[in-house]
Ligand binder design. Structure first.
Ligand code: TXA
Ligand code: MG
Length: 332
């Protein structure tokens, strides 16, 4: 298949919308990461997303809408808490898990009776949804298991020849995926941490909310370990290189990284270091996936990364780093 490279102009967005309408696949920008979109109501179209990405069939996609009115096509239940969160965080990087409306096929939800829904803030994304005339199912536009794409070039590197078109726009503003919050229980629960933090939700709702207890830790031997978002159980965001995260006092971390680097280089290995400023976690969010891809491109054998403090957006970036490293953490 030849992948069409489109621009983010009105004219090209119309071409992209036509492709979606006709059951095709289009990668498009959002403020978090690029998404790989198909008509969420068309089971055959959504099936092609799984094929193109090599994605496990039990990992549900997120349904993207452009306007509040479209929510009725996705779910039948809108609670007061949902309204509060939509008012506060949409359009934006929040995905709510809600009961599945009858027009959303099971392929889209990975056979679940719930569905994830999000209204992106990116205007190209919203215009594409409006012009397509349907909600758009879209996971991140990477090959399954690879770091999420934050530029059009990342999408092309992974999916050229496997999808109908890519809308080439700028780099994504945020750089890590949306926060996924389950609204189907008595108390809302974060299933995937993101740019919107637990504290942000608690301020909006005026109550404490839950975090999936499996987040940011490794399963213990023999433990029944079931992250509530199916996607969170897979090895993910993985560079080809081995990755080690160094955790502890800042000065000791930097010394340990320097020493490890020297030892590895003495063995003839290519070393790639990731060391974000501790209090610049939004910069880390913006850069992390691009850096993992860069390490691969440069043919790194090992990535040495300094841990971030696990607060606010730092917790979310660490979530991606821990998964990339397969929880290979060295306390120093
Ligand atoms: O920022 C984002 O959310 C990006 C852009 C494109 O919008 N999309 C994205 O999709 O990250 P994806 O498919 O890579 O991740 C979706 C996550 C997975 O962990 C999936 O398991 C979870 O959301 N999810 C989706 N529907 C769910 C459901 N009904 N119940 C539990 N988890 C769900
Ligand atoms: Mg993904």
């Amino acid at each position: 298949m030849k992948t069409r490279l489109l621009k983010d102009t009105e004219e090209d967005i119309c071409i992209a919308a036509k492709i979606i309408e006709q059951g095709g696949l289009v990668a498009f920008p959002t403020e978090t990461v690029y998404g790989l979109g198909a008509n969420a109501m068309d089971a055959d179209a959504v099936r092609k997303i799984y094929e193109a990405k090599g994605r496990p069939a039990d990992n549900p996609t997120i349904v993207h809408i452009a306007e509040r009115e479209e929510l009725g096509q996705v779910t039948f239940l809108v609670t007061e808490d949902m309204k509060t969160l939509m008012d506060r965080f949409w359009p934006g990087p929040m995905t709510m898990i809600v009961p599945r409306g009858e027009y959303i096929p099971y392929v889209t939800t990975g056979n679940l009776e719930t569905v994830g829904v999000r209204m992106p803030e990116n205007e190209v994304a919203r215009e594409l949804i409006r012009r397509s005339g349907c909600p758009i199912a879209a996971p991140s536009a990477n090959l399954s298991g690879r770091p999420s794409p934050t530029t059009a070039q990342h999408v092309i590197d992974d999916l050229d020849g496997r999808i109908d078109a890519v809308i080439q726009s700028g780099p994504c503003r945020i750089g890590i995926e949306s926060t996924v919050i389950d609204m189907t229980g008595k108390i809302p629960m974060i299933l995937r941490p993101g740019y919107i933090t637990k504290k942000d939700f608690e301020e909006a709702l005026g109550q404490e909310i839950l975090l999936d207890p499996t987040l940011n830790r490794k399963p213990r031997e023999g433990e029944d370990f079931h992250p509530k978002a199916p996607g969170m159980k897979y090895r993910h965001y993985a560079p080809r290189a081995e990755m080690i995260i160094f955790k502890g006092d800042r000065i000791r971390v930097e010394a340990a990284i320097d020493q490890e680097r020297a030892e590895r280089e003495a063995l003839g290995q290519k070393v790639f270091v990731i060391d974000f400023d501790e209090d610049r976690e939004t910069v880390a969010a913006h850069e992390i996936f691009a850096m993992l891809r860069q390490a691969d491109r440069e043919g790194a054998d090992v990535i040495l990364a300094a841990a971030l403090p696990q607060r606010g957006v730092g917790f979310s970036v660490m979530n991606r780093m821990l998964k990339s490293a397969g929880f290979n953490v060295r306390e120093v």
